[in-house]
Design a protein around this ligand. Structure first.
Ligand code: COA
Ligand code: MG
Length: 286
């Protein structure tokens, strides 16, 4: 199993203090951002600062993604050159991917694995082809850009975005790629964040992108299997083994059937819980 991506924190590459803080924060992954979180006049300084920081610092096993500017901007080519083979970077995150050809254009400049932002209408419609790109490892929903392009209103139930979110989860799962949900903008609203994390988790997302350290604890907890879920999974595995020993193919636990597919889900859940518990950085919470 890949490492968990419950909490994926954006850090503007221009903010020294935030970069420094990153080393002690319990994020499963960090997106060092050169794109939307960095003002045009800061782009060059942020690029140099980040290259230096990633060279010098150990981020303790956290997945390190660098979000570059697009090739259509004045900064994209230089960003890609700086991080194409940087030893402190695990993958390059490409913004506003509209189709697999956008990844081809980056793939020939960058030797790292690629991740794609899905944040345009065209990109979401082409999600299956993007997910199938051989260099792609993961996808990140860019819900702010997507809502802007759709003319969609922000609603707690995210109904206006649901078809796009669902399509992208389908695409990621069809190709066995990681997929992380978009950000929750109101970073002081913990209950709102929890609700949106639970919604994303229930849809099948691996985790949530975050904008502030205060959001880490909620995402880490929501996207980790709970103790009750692990206990149920163990009971399902045991009950199924007993049923098989009796020559039967179906067990019943808490009034629900358990078949081999449920056992596979139960085993995957336990494995995920074990991987999280074994992480060097902050297992469950802060
Ligand atoms: N990553 C790491 N550390 C962060 C952080 C982040 N994304 N956001 C804030 N911090 C740090 C601050 O440096 C500060 O550290 P300190 O108190 O030890 O000096 C601490 O957390 C508290 O920050 P706070 O004062 O509450 O926030 P702020 O007003 O400085 O910043 C935001 C608020 C939203 C502007 C800031 O969180 C941010 O820039 N987030 C990322 C935005 C982004 O990347 N957007 C692009 C993708 S949508
Ligand atoms: Mg965006």
């Amino acid at each position: 199993m890949l490492r968990p991506c419950r909490s994926v924190l954006y850090i503007p590459a221009s903010k020294e203090r935030a970069l420094e803080k990153a080393r002690e924060l319990p994020a499963d992954a960090i997106i060092f951002d050169l794109e939307d979180a960095v003002a045009p006049e800061e782009k060059a300084r942020a690029r140099a600062l980040l290259a230096d920081e990633l060279q010098r610092e150990d981020f303790g096993g956290r997945l390190r993604l660098v979000r570059v500017n697009g090739l259509e901007t004045p900064w994209g080519a230089a960003d890609m050159l700086s991080f194409a083979a940087h030893p402190g970077v695990d993958a390059v995150l490409v913004p506003k991917v509209n189709g697999p050809e956008d990844l081809d254009a980056v793939a020939c400049r960058v030797s790292k694995p690629l991740w794609a932002m899905l944040e345009t209408a065209r990109g979401c419609l082409n999600a299956a082809a993007i997910a199938a790109h051989p260099r792609l490892e993961g996808m990140v929903m860019g819900t702010n850009d997507l809502a802007k392009e759709l003319g969609a209103r922000s609603r707690p139930d995210r109904l206006p975005l649901m078809s796009a979110l669902g399509l992208c989860v389908l695409a990621a799962r069809a190709e066995g790629k990681v997929i992380v949900d978009g950000v929750f903008n109101a970073f002081k609203d913990e209950a709102g964040l929890k609700g949106e994390c639970e919604q994303g988790r229930d849809m099948g997302f691996d985790g949530k992108t975050l904008i502030h350290p205060s959001q880490l604890e909620v995402a880490n907890a929501v996207f980790a299997p709970s103790e009750d879920e692990v206990a149920l999974a163990r009971r399902q595995i045991a009950a199924y083994a007993e049923a098989r020993a009796r020559g039967e193919g179906v067990a019943v636990v808490d009034g629900r059937i358990v078949e081999n597919l449920h056992v596979a889900t139960a085993k995957a859940l336990i494995e995920k819980a074990e991987v999280i518990a074994a992480q060097p950085i902050a297992a469950g919470a802060i």
